[in-house]
Design a protein around this ligand. Structure first.
Ligand SMILES: [Zn+2]
Length: 52
């Protein structure tokens, strides 16, 4: 799967349930796109939320 930052509207619909599980308990935020995820591999500029 691509990073959340790269997702297009079509990708979002296709992988929606997976994306919900990735963003529902976030540990990281993307410094560039303000998206959140449980794992930094889903973001392009991940920063751990507890470090902010
Ligand atoms: Zn990003």
């Amino acid at each position: 799967m691509k990073t959340l930052c790269e997702l297009k509207r079509d990708d979002l619909e296709k992988d929606f349930s997976k994306i919900v599980s990735i963003v529902s308990k976030p540990k990281y935020i993307c410094k560039k796109c303000a998206r959140v995820a449980k794992d930094k591999k889903y973001l392009c500029k991940a920063v751990e939320l507890k470090d902010i």
